[in-house]
Every structure is written in C-alpha cells, then in structure tokens.
Design a protein around this ligand. Sequence first.
Ligand SMILES: [Zn+2]
Length: 93
Amino acid sequence: MGREGRGTVPLAEMFEACPVCGGELEKKELEEIVRGGNDTATLRVEAMVCLRCGEIIYHERTVRAFERVRARLRRGDTGDMTLVGSSYEAPGG
Ligand SMILES: [Zn+2]
C-alpha cells in the first residue's frame, strides 16, 4: 500500500456492508487468476469478502489491473511478469 494514485478510495471505505446481503465485510488478500488468450497470470490482490454470503468486492483499481493484465496477456506483453510453471488442458472426465 501507499502508492495509490490520487482520488482512489481506500478499499476499506468502499462499502460498510455487503451490497448483496448486508453482511459483514472483511478485508482479505486473495490470489486471482486472470486469463488472456491461452495464457494466465496470478495476481495477489486485496478485496473485501462478505463473511455471510462470500461475495467478493474488488477495488476499482484492482478491476482495472485485471483488465490491464488480461490485455497484456492477449498480446504477449509479459516482460515484467514471472513465469511460474505451466498450465495444461486436461481431458474432461
Ligand atoms: Zn453478503
């Protein structure tokens, strides 16, 4: 934290309660997989997770990061990403 641009809302202040069920929200660090074309990238992000229904609320800049990474994967622009293993398509059961 500490490198947010001006005008961004701190994650914890986005919602006081879950917009779906009104339940309590807790800030959690999640690992999200973004897919672009045939490639995937894993992002560690903070999100608010509803303790009652499991709804996940991402910060707007996190959603933008997903889109940016997705677009970069599609055009093979992975210069500053780290290759961490391979992904496979397995036969269905
Ligand atoms: Zn909820």
